[in-house]
Design a protein around this ligand. Sequence first.
Ligand code: IVH
Length: 673
Amino acid sequence: MASADKQSRERSAQLREILNYHNTQYYVYDDPQVDDADYDALFHELRALEERFPDLMTPDSPTQRVGAAPLEGFETVTHSVPMLSLGNAFSDDDVHDFDRRVRERLEREDEHVDYVGEVKLDGLAVSLRYENGVFVRGATRGDGTTGEDITQNLRTIGQIPLVIDQNRAPKVLEVRGEVYLPLSGFHKMNEAAVAREEKTYANPRNAAAGSLRQLDSRVTAKRPLAIFCYALGYSEGGTMPDTHTDTLAMLRELGFPVNPLGKVVKGPKGCLAYYRDMQAQRADLPYEIDGIVYKVNRLDWQRELGQVSRSPRWAVAHKFPAQERKTKLLSVEFQIGRTGAVTPVARLDPVVVGGVTVSNATLHNMDEVRRKDIHVGDTVVVRRAGDVIPEVARVLLDKRPDDAETIQLPVYCPECGTAIEQLDGEAVARCPAGQVCPAQRKQSIIHFASRYALDIEGLGDKLIEQLVDGGYIETAAQLFELDVELLAGLERMGSKSAQNLVDALQKSKSTTFARFIYALGIREVGEATAANLASAFGGIDALREADLEALENVSDVGPIVAQHIQRFFSNDANRTLVDSLLAAGIGWPQEAQAPQYAQSLEGNTYVITGTLSGMTRDQVKHELQLRGAKVSGSVSKKTTALIAGEAAGSKLSKAESLGVTVLGEADLEDLLT
Ligand code: IVH
């Protein structure tokens, strides 16, 4: 085999260094310094050299990241320092007990101990060994004493540095962290599995475990795995940090990804405040966490505390309450929405899921009911993710009673008795009765009064239900005929709130044309479309007589939406409704009739966080969307900018770590003018 000449040797070393640098910039700091094509050209140059002179190949070569030949099995690795697991805390009391044990053992009963709060990632613990700055071995935790050698697989994870600064790193350094699958990667993997008609993964943790335990690392290379590092294991040489926070800083400096949410907190009170803060952010994070870890910050204290069996005395995992619970499905009801959509809703034996009592869960539509094979009488798993509506995740088939009943779409609307329709190819069944159906009437009035429609203060869902059920009103127009005397006679209404509501109704009459169109609740006409229609037609007469061609000329309006609009205005009940609303005195100033929402922010994605003094987050979202922007709940590399108010938390640090632009309130004003 040819031995490399001096020039090739020097060039390959140089290429490795350049490529590893760019790799860290891209994967760890999210700050790429070259474009893909330039990176690829350098990469190919190195690979060609290594193919020509195999003795140039080194373990830290970026060419190793694409995976290597499949293994027969994994070798066993004995950890130089055992990989411990954590004791659990499930309640506030457990956290107070943990802190008390720490203080007693340290004989510092009267002090507040500094802890570091960190999110507990739901992935797999790994240990990464560096010798003279080069990544030489990576292992799973295994039983804590011995694990499996998965070096080839770990090399494929772009975030793991193949080399670290030899001048700053100790001679031997073991770094510990958690390999995980970001939710986006998990969804992508499952979509691909569905496309190939393969089994999907139950959760990101299983998918990450399956990816990491591949004997063929070329398969692992295709999986979007990521890592956060959180501790050191064995080390030799070099000066070691004094605190856990310093450890994390050192890891960051050496180019390891460290979770940005870690924070020093004081005593159990600080721990619990951090826990609640993270619990509130949990649903917005781009990865799954299953609790919080508290670690004593001072490393000399950690050593003094030591461990019991396999768990350190200086740390504890405070688990989040399970977000999934088993319960019994008692019956199914069918709810009718504003546009007649029929939604099956499960009535459940009440169960606490993630701290909230759940007695109803949406079953979405009949396709979903059949796909999940849900029967009345089944024991089901109910899932609640963050603030979203609870849903039935799956059925426990082995618990199905003999008398379980299949769920049937009703033939007639449960509210008005009209025959339900299900169009071919549509998952959603509908009651076609429109405003004749009391359920659709109620929902239409709720929509009419809502914040971005006529914004009638003090007119909530429950009150509207009372008004419709009591036969006081049938349409939104009749809202304006209500008087104080009648309103004051309703449940939970005094004469003061009745007067306030009458005032609010009066005030809502002067509105804008765009709000008025939106308030009508035409299918698929959201706020932006309503604004475009308002500026295109200028007045109600032109809009209601518009033909399909004229409608389709409006930006944002396609053939289907155009048909919905035309159908709405050709319906007699709707024409009468519009006339009565106008007769009731609803109007809009001429100037406000054509708000010109040029789609100036189209293609941009914003995330809003913190408290803004001028507007609520919802209002900001609304304003941005009117201008064509998207508003997302979590910061990623794709985020155009983060809009940060007072007391911005993790989203701000995430944006900073990703190099995403951060805008303050003044910038926001510029954006919206
Ligand atoms: S510290 C002795 N920090 O939880 C300390 N662990 O049951 C050991 N984990 O095996 C780990 N996030 O897989 C630590 N921020 C974090 C963690 C974390 C997840 C996992 C890790 C460990 C298990 C402990």
